[in-house]
Design a protein around this ligand. Structure first.
Ligand code: CO
Length: 348
């Protein structure tokens, strides 16, 4: 069904075929994601997955699309030429050098992006995809629990991240969904403060942003704590971010646009006078990639629909003082949204 929608699109655009090469889309369309990649060739009425010889056995086991192997580049391009493709759909992510080679060695002279139709498909998650994301979120909850236990004065950020990543793998994750963020003290004002060798100090705000990769699907969650007892200012910004995050999760439902959801969250923070310190969008889609569609921002007017998976992650970042971010991964349901990351949010 996924491939048939792509085939319809190729026919609509009068393309001879499509060539898919990104690992996430190879997995999406074939169920197989060889480490060295491969070429999924889709024509309006056929599909073939061509992989390097050393990936052949595994691809044959896992792919829902017929698989062939190639030994040399020459063999690959001869096979591709055999399709007689002239106008072809490709992904924006394909390497420029690959496009040049397709042009020179496979006789393809016209390219068009298929990103929009792939987005249209992937933006709504199938039940089995939601199941995988939910499992990835459960692992993120376990890793967060480990972080909350481990964080204390004197520990290095990177040690905490290492412990969390160990817990992820012990609970079935392939790897972290991205470089785990442990941003303590003044570093908590950096939205992407990947764990460093800084030692955590008493009174620090600590932003913990993490997720796991499970069966090709990602999770994403952030919590913020204070080591020891929080001061008034820390408490104040925490309460504002928490209120914004709650309102966002409560407002997420079918029919609202991503832009309006961003506005609801942004207004809470702006009303308290901290609008200039919320320096990123409210959230993003999560799936085979950690950042996908829709963006929950002023630039994205996608109407939310059941099956979409997004994050709601407002933050306030005050340079030199520190920052707070609270984030959940949620799924849009028939009449609202359900949090897939469940670690409690009242941590300060
Ligand atoms: Co995120």
């Amino acid at each position: 069904m996924r491939i048939s929608r792509l085939q319809e699109f190729l026919a609509e655009k009068e393309l001879d075929g499509g060539i898919i090469t990104s690992r996430e889309n190879l997995y999406y369309f074939t169920g197989s994601a060889p480490v060295l990649g491969g070429y999924l060739v889709v024509t309006p009425d056929d599909a073939l997955f061509i992989v390097p010889e050393l990936e052949y056995e595994e691809a044959k086991e896992t792919s829902k699309v017929p698989v062939e192997k190639f030994k040399t580049g020459k063999e690959l391009y001869e096979r591709l030429s055999g399709f007689g493709l002239r106008r072809v759909g490709i992904e924006g992510k394909i390497r420029f050098s690959s496009v040049q080679t397709l042009r020179e060695k496979a006789g393809i002279n016209d390219f068009e992006l298929v990103d929009d139709v792939i987005k249209e498909l992937r933006i709504i998650k199938a039940p089995e995809e939601i199941e995988a994301i939910e499992a990835a979120c459960k692992i993120a909850d376990q890793a967060m629990m480990a972080a909350l236990e481990e964080i204390s004065e004197g520990r290095r950020e990177r040690e905490i991240a290492a412990k969390m990543e160990y817990v992820m793998k012990m609970n079935g994750a392939e790897k972290p969904a991205f470089d785990t963020i442990i941003a303590s003290g003044p570093r908590s004002a950096l939205p992407h403060g990947v764990a460093s060798d800084r030692r955590i100090e008493k009174g620090d705000l600590v932003v913990i942003d993490e997720g796991a990769l499970y069966r090709h699907y990602h999770s994403d969650m952030t919590r913020t704590i204070v080591v020891g007892s929080p001061n008034e200012k820390q408490k104040e910004i925490y309460e504002i971010v928490l209120e914004a995050q709650r309102k966002g999760v409560d407002a997420a439902r079918p029919g609202i646009t991503a832009k309006d959801l961003d506005t609801i969250v942004r207004d809470v923070i702006a009303d308290y006078g901290y609008g200039d310190y919320f320096i990123h969008s409210t959230g993003h889609g999560v799936g085979l990639e950690i950042h996908e569609w829709p963006g929950v921002s002023q630039r994205d007017e996608t109407v939310l629909k059941p099956g979409m998976v997004i994050t709601v992650e407002p933050g306030i970042y005050i340079p030199k003082f520190g920052g707070v971010r609270i984030e959940d991964t949620i799924v849009i349901t028939e009449n609202g949204a359900r949090r897939l990351t469940k670690t409690e949010r009242e941590l300060i």
